[in-house]
Design a protein around this ligand. Structure first.
Ligand code: TXA
Ligand code: MG
Length: 352
């Protein structure tokens, strides 16, 4: 058991003494959980293999699932990536700081343990004052996965990190709620035609406008094929593992609004009456006034839904909900990432 400290830090103007303390812990091989604009990250010195190993054991993460390197400036890119071309720089300049992770050829400075043995490396500059001041104060890239126990929903509040990692990390910086609430989008730039490996904070439509031709990995839209033993190639090793799951069983119902509404109410009645289980409905449509059950309202626009998703999944667990029934949504804008996360966590997807 590690002694964990929890410190509140100002998100608009991070106090220098607190940032220095966190940077010192990083440089001495410790683990610091810190807020980013997407989700909280579990950070260690990205150049220190022993510190990086601690990340994997704290999270219970398989060691072949590589980490993202967080840097503080585009000038640092050449330290960790090789052969960065005009194409990559244009994309980086357009989206950084921000929720887009680029997969590039790794440089020899990057320890193999952080890339899970791959020759490529994932990099991004987060758009959050606390993360940026921490990375700059430490003066090293910070390797950071989401700060949750492997398989659980990503943390969007410091309290979620406390729940998962208390006694496993040295410091948790509490900088309030994550603004986006969904992880970064990940694109692979090691092939001629870029591939979207993970839908996330930057919508696919925006990426395509800048990148031009880009393909979408099939598991982005059909993550269920992975758990069902889909034998396509796993470009991103993270795709192999179950993710984002609440303890409650999750069922998604997709289709036209009125059909979905009726089906959800019917299902919910059945589960409550005949199985005696506690049900909660995740809604983001006008239907929410119609249901007779406990409702978790996600918000009508994609941004609000994105911000609320993981919070709601964790909240359902706190309320000892047995079954969550979620309305499906359009696979566009942040809906692509939202549906990906829901389907990855779901036990059943019903299409009407
Ligand atoms: O928003 C985010 O990306 C957050 C914050 C903390 O930055 N981080 C995050 O990290 O979500 P993590 O480890 O939970 O997810 C990283 C994803 C995984 O699916 C991993 O497999 C993939 O990126 N990845 C990392 N390095 C890769 C590589 N070299 N090639 C392909 N995929 C890679
Ligand atoms: Mg994660």
């Amino acid at each position: 058991m590690v002694h964990t400290s929890l410190i509140k830090i100002n998100s608009k103007n991070p106090e220098s003494a607190k940032v220095q303390l966190a940077a010192k812990i990083i440089l001495s091989g410790g683990l610091v959980a810190f807020p980013t604009e997407t989700v909280y990250g579990l950070g260690a010195n990205g150049l220190n293999p022993i510190a990086i190993r601690r990340i994997f054991s704290a999270k219970g993460r398989p060691t072949n699932n590589p980490l993202i390197m967080h840097i503080g400036s585009i000038d640092d890119l050449n330290n960790i990536a090789e052969g960065v071309t005009e194409r990559e720089l244009t994309i980086a300049k357009k989206f950084w700081p921000g929720p887009l992770t680029l997969i590039l050829k790794k440089s020899k400075n990057v320890p193999r343990i952080s890339t899970g043995g791959l020759e490529s490396v994932a990099v991004r500059i987060p758009n959050n004052k606390i993360s940026l001041s921490l990375i700059r104060a430490a003066g090293v890239p910070i390797a950071a996965p989401s700060a949750n126990i492997s398989g659980k929903p990503s943390p969007t509040r410091a309290s979620h990190v406390v729940e998962d990692l208390w006694g496993k990390v040295d410091l948790i910086l509490d900088g309030g709620r994550s603004a986006i609430g969904l992880e970064s989008s990940v694109i692979d730039l090691t092939s001629q035609i870029p591939v979207l490996l993970r839908a996330g904070g930057v919508p696919y439509e925006k990426i395509r406008k800048v990148v031009g031709e880009i393909s979408i990995h099939p598991l982005v839209t059909h993550p269920e094929k992975c758990s069902m033993g889909h034998n396509g190639t796993h470009k991103s090793p993270g795709m192999r593992y179950k993710h984002y799951s609440p303890k409650a069983e999750l069922i998604i119902v997709e289709g036209s609004s009125s059909k979905v509404r009726n089906k959800i109410q019917e299902l919910s009645n059945q589960i409550r009456k005949f199985e005696g289980k506690k049900v909660c409905i995740m809604s983001r449509s006008r239907n929410y006034g119609y249901y007779a059950d406990m409702i978790m309202y996600m918000g009508s626009d994609f941004k609000t839904s994105g911000r609320n998703l993981y919070d709601i999944l964790r909240c359902a667990d706190h309320n000892k909900v047995d079954v969550i029934i979620a309305e499906g949504m359009e696979y566009k804008n942040l809906g692509l990432a939202l549906m990906n996360r829901l389907k990855t966590a779901a036990k059943q997807v019903i299409k009407l």
